[in-house]
Ligand binder design. Structure first.
Ligand code: E4P
Length: 221
């Protein structure tokens, strides 16, 4: 399974990429706005610089269009795609988005369809030629539904057909989400920074290292 970092923070991308396990980054307007609180990433120019900096670290960086009409999405997406070969144009799951996805597919521009909350939406996006689809599981969990059931249903449908569209599990909230997504065979999980930092840790690893070090001190004596 590919692991992406869900962030607009370039320092966090550099830090996790240095572990050697990072395959991509997803950004969205809310993440960009969060980083821009001090004015550091709040302009379109700085957004472009942020995306280009991330492209130095990973081969797949999702940059989301903000236009709501297909023509606007096409214009914005073509501009993003011209920045770097690693840019993936993130398009919302709407009928205008489907038109834009079809256009981008015809131009061989890579896409990530965001805000997927149903299997029907997943199928439509795949048929429109999306490179990646992003079902949001945490937001379903937040309103009392079971987000992982959506992933299970999408993966079952995918097993019946030859869609090349990769399923990216988005809106992850805790380590179990990553494990369950992998067990279902989802292609990608995108993970917020704080959650990514939890993944290498286990209390038994920490106590085990401490014990090995204490015992090695005895050997040295
Ligand atoms: C990633 O592509 C999504 O935009 C992100 O995972 C959404 O996460 P949230 O539901 O925590 O905002």
């Amino acid at each position: 399974m590919k692991l992406f970092l869900d962030t607009a923070n370039t320092e966090h991308v550099a830090e996790i990429a240095a572990w050697g396990v990072l395959d991509g980054v997803t950004t969205n307007p809310s993440l960009v706005a969060k980083e821009g609180k001090d004015g550091s990433t709040s302009s379109p120019q700085v957004f472009k610089a942020t995306i280009l900096e991330m492209c130095k670290h990973v081969p797949c960086v999702s940059a989301q269009v903000t236009a709501v009409d297909a023509e606007g999405m096409k214009k914005q997406g073509e501009e993003y795609a011209s920045w770097h070969k690693n840019v993936v144009v993130k398009v919302p799951m709407t009928t205008e988005g489907l038109k834009a996805l079809t256009y981008f597919a015809s131009k061989k521009i890579k896409t990530n369809t965001t805000l997927i909350f149903s299997v029907a939406q997943a199928i439509l996006a795949a048929k429109a030629g999306a490179t990646i689809i992003s079902p949001f599981i945490g937001r379903l969990d937040d309103q009392g539904e079971d987000g992982m059931t959506l992933i299970a249903e999408i993966m079952e449908v995918w097993a019946h057909y030859d869609f090349t569209t990769e399923v990216l599990v988005a809106s992850t909230r805790h380590p179990r989400h990553i494990i369950d997504a992998a067990m279902l065979g989802a292609h990608i999980s995108t993970i917020p920074y704080d959650l990514f930092k939890k993944l290498p840790n286990h209390s038994l690893t920490d106590s085990g290292i401490k014990k090995f070090q204490q015992d090695w001190e005895k050997v040295k004596k």
